[in-house]
Ligand binder design. Structure first.
Ligand SMILES: O=c1ccn([C@@H]2O[C@H](COP(=O)(O)OP(=O)(O)O[C@H]3O[C@H](CO)[C@@H](O)[C@H](O)[C@H]3O)[C@@H](O)[C@H]2O)c(=O)[nH]1
Length: 453
């Protein structure tokens, strides 16, 4: 390991689980290469420093507690975070630069989430180098960059019945995959994505949590649209040497001993990330679909992801019996460990970018059910381009669910998908090994950071 402990990196994640995880993984990757790491975190979704004892933590006084910010309006929350965090971030950075105190290691670079629009300006004023982390994929970023064109072509006013129509400017996307297309007021979403594109365009450089072999065409296009230095050093889950958890919710580890008792590659793992919300009617269909699939299932149901706290008791006996015989429900799982478990045969996911990459990193076939934002694009690539999963076609109905699970876990088609997933897993691993594309890009990133001196 190269010793760079005299260089500090300040990392500032957006305080949402799907953004915190990759930023802290990046911290682990760079710490393993000898950097000292300081994590800045907000009052909202504040982090537990004891989970990463090798990092220093500083909380910024944004005055935003859990009650003032809501997860039900993400663009609103991000705008609030940008308003409330700008001054405290600058103050905190100023303090660290002028009087580093106990951690007297000079700051080599500040790395912030691409959803923060003020961080690079602050860094420039303080003469501190800056980079940004894109926590989503390159393909979805490319799609964000062409949304104004897609709007002009009329895709945002196509009625729902034509949602499976092809987007001929961007095969193999379908209309329903376009970010924001299903919203009643897509203008806000378009503005939101456009802001991010502008932030990246004017940034000093961006780090991607993906790998060249997975998204090379999109990366090539993104480099044309956003000509800033880039470092493609993922997938982070494969590149981290340690696996400290950055979960905001307590992980229920009892699911690992439950998995230990299940047959090899038999379990369908069901989780829709940290934000998606399901209605009571959807919960019922999911439950009955799992029961009818006749396969063992591990299902994550986050507190508050279902409105009715009594939801479980209201499910029919048919499901409750299946749950007792071959199912397990937890509020939050150690997901990466679950996906690496030999009993897990498939992952029913909303295709958040982290879940998608974690599944690819472990070679687990996916059942795709995208909910919003980049997830439609990610899911389309999983099923139609990388061909390591299938879409839940025909809607969220018990028969479709049971059929899709059997396709992946029982039928020959599932075996073929698994074979492709294992090939992709190997490519993901190889990219992070010495000589691999991500390994080389990480070396380039480190030289880039050190060349700032
Ligand atoms: O029981 C669980 C469920 C999830 N996770 C972790 O939580 C993260 C969830 O991230 P992701 O799969 O990306 O989903 P979201 O939380 O929905 O992520 C948001 O952020 C992503 C990255 O920017 C976007 O791709 C998504 O669309 C957006 O919803 C992953 O690392 C999972 O391993 C757990 O550890 N345990």
């Amino acid at each position: 390991m190269n010793q760079r402990n005299n260089h500090r990196l300040v990392l500032f994640p957006l305080p949402l689980q799907g953004h915190i995880n990759p930023m802290l993984q990046l911290g682990q990757i760079l710490h393993a290469r000898g950097f000292s790491i300081t994590i800045l975190h907000t009052n909202f979704n504040s982090l537990d420093p004891s989970s990463h004892p090798h990092f220093a933590f500083r909380s910024i006084a944004d005055g935003l507690d859990q009650s003032k910010a809501s997860l039900s309006d993400i663009p609103g929350l991000i705008s609030l975070l940008n308003t409330r965090c700008a001054s405290p971030f600058e103050e905190c950075m100023r303090e660290m630069v002028s009087s580093p105190g106990g951690d007297a290691v000079p700051i080599a670079c500040v790395i912030s989430d691409t959803r923060f629009s003020f961080t690079c300006g602050v860094a420039e004023r303080l003469k501190v180098r800056a980079l940004m982390l894109r926590t989503g994929g390159a393909t979805s970023l490319h799609v964000y960059s062409i949304l104004p064109v897609l709007k002009e072509k009329g895709y945002f006013s196509i009625d729902g019945s034509r949602s499976e129509e092809a987007v001929k400017e961007f095969p193999p996307l379908q209309v329903r995959d376009i970010p924001g297309v299903n919203l009643q007021k897509p203008e806000m979403a378009l503005q939101f994505f456009d802001n991010m594109i502008k932030v990246i365009k004017s940034s000093p450089g961006v780090i991607f949590n993906t790998f060249e072999e997975l998204e090379h065409p999109a990366l090539t296009s993104v480099r044309e649209v956003l000509p800033v230095p880039d470092f493609v050093i993922g997938p982070f889950p494969k590149c981290c040497v340690t696996s400290s958890s950055s979960s905001l919710l307590a992980e229920d580890r009892s699911c690992i001993s439950w998995l230990d008792k299940q047959p090899l590659k038999s379990v369908i793992y069901v989780s829709f990330g940290s934000m998606a919300v399901v209605s009571e009617a959807e919960i019922l269909e999911i439950a009955l679909g799992l029961a009818d699939s006749e396969q063992p299932f591990l299902w994550v149901v986050r507190p508050r992801s279902v409105r009715d706290p009594e939801w479980l008791q209201k499910l029919p006996c048919h499901f409750l019996e299946a749950l007792e015989r071959r199912g397990k429900i937890v509020k939050w799982a150690p997901q990466m460990e679950v996906l690496a478990h030999p009993a897990v045969g498939a992952f029913w996911t909303h295709n958040g970018w982290n879940s998608t990459l974690e599944s690819i990193s472990e070679g687990v076939p996916m059942l795709c059910m995208p909910c919003f934002s980049d997830q439609g694009v990610n899911a389309r690539y999983v099923s139609d381009v990388w061909r390591v999963g299938v879409h839940l076609n025909g809607g969220l109905e018990r028969e479709n669910i049971a059929r899709a699970i059997k396709r992946l876990l029982v039928e020959r088609e599932g075996e073929e998908i698994r074979e492709r997933a294992l090939v992709l897993k190997e490519k993901a691993s190889a990219s992070g090994r010495q000589g691999g594309s991500s390994y080389q890009a990480l070396d380039a990133l480190i030289s880039h950071i050190l060349s700032f001196e």
